[in-house]
Design a protein around this ligand. Structure first.
Ligand code: PDD
Length: 286
């Protein structure tokens, strides 16, 4: 088993992978990306991630030099070559390599597709069962957070600020409302109602978020896609984060505001279990 990359049209060991200096992803963050986890050799929700990848591309007027079927095959091939059964697959497309200039390069310049595969690490169940802490950070991002763009500086700064406060995740707040986490979506449970911010341009429409909303509907748990304030978060019965790799992760404290007496609630744990079952159903060889 080995870490692998697809770059410049070739598969190479990840440690040997190189990108051109004038790649526009490198110089401008001019590109879009996805992160997919594979379990038992099967990428979970790959189709949903590809849908978002191609929709992110369309929103930044970026053309993919490969068809969707070719991207799919390259991802499967990268995973196969890595030999990892449980893997984290990262892929991005940038607007290609061209002399530095803000305007788009000519259409003859093809986009650069990069895929990397590393061993996947899932968060130990003990952490989810105890819950994690979060730190509230001002959401300084741009107006199109629904695009999974390579421009992640505000997310990077927010995540580091959270870690500097000994918190697991930064929860972002814009104009008095919680938007999402630095690398996750944020949910609360209040009086049996599950609530998360609507999928507008202020948040990334998480694939995990989408599955959790579907699970709630299937299980008959009432859900609302309506933004909530920090006070509503602090006063909620439960709070949790969703993202690929962390699944459904309960939050028990935000800064000095303890949620539900610091105990993980039954709603979050039930949704975590159902979500893990969904992964097992789609990916695990039982
Ligand atoms: N990011 N919101 C933001 C800002 C994110 O960066 C992510 C995930 C999510 C959750 O999306 P999903 O459920 O589709 O993973 C929400 C990935 C994991 C990353 O940047 O590494």
């Amino acid at each position: 088993m080995s870490e692998i990359a697809f770059v410049n049209g070739k598969f190479v060991p990840l440690a040997e992978a190189r990108i051109p200096v004038e790649d526009r992803g490198h110089q401008f963050g001019d590109g879009v990306y996805e992160v997919v986890y594979a379990f038992d050799g099967v990428p979970f929700a790959l189709e949903e991630h590809l849908d978002r990848f191609f929709s992110s591309m369309a929103m930044i007027r970026l053309n993919c030099p490969y068809t969707r079927a070719e991207v799919t095959d390259l991802i499967h091939e990268a995973l196969r070559r890595s030999g990892y059964q449980n893997a984290v697959i990262y892929y991005h497309l940038t607007r290609g390599t061209a002399p530095r200039g803000h305007a788009f390069p000519p259409p003859s310049v093809p986009g650069n597709l990069v895929i990397t595969v590393r061993e996947g690490t899932t968060l130990p169940d003990e952490i989810a069962e105890k819950g994690v802490t979060a730190h509230l950070v001002q959401d300084l991002r741009w107006g199109r957070c629904n695009i999974k763009s390579l421009n992640l500086l505000p997310n990077v700064l927010a995540k580091q600020e959270a870690l500097d406060h000994n918190a697991f995740e930064a929860i972002l707040c814009k104009d008095g409302y919680i938007t999402e986490g630095s690398v996750s979506n944020v949910f609360i449970v209040s009086q049996g109602q599950v609530r998360t911010a609507p999928a507008d341009q202020k948040i990334l429409p998480g694939i995990t978020r989408m599955h959790v909303l579907e699970l709630c509907r299937e299980l008959g748990i009432p859900v609302t896609e309506k933004a909530f304030t920090p006070e509503e978060l602090y006063g909620a019965d439960e709070a949790f984060l969703t993202a690929s790799g962390i699944d459904v992760l309960p939050v028990i404290r935000v800064d000095d505001k303890v949620i539900n007496g610091g105990l993980v609630g039954p709603g979050s744990l039930k949704l975590r279990k159902e979500y893990r079952n969904l992964i097992a159903k789609r990916c695990l060889a039982i």
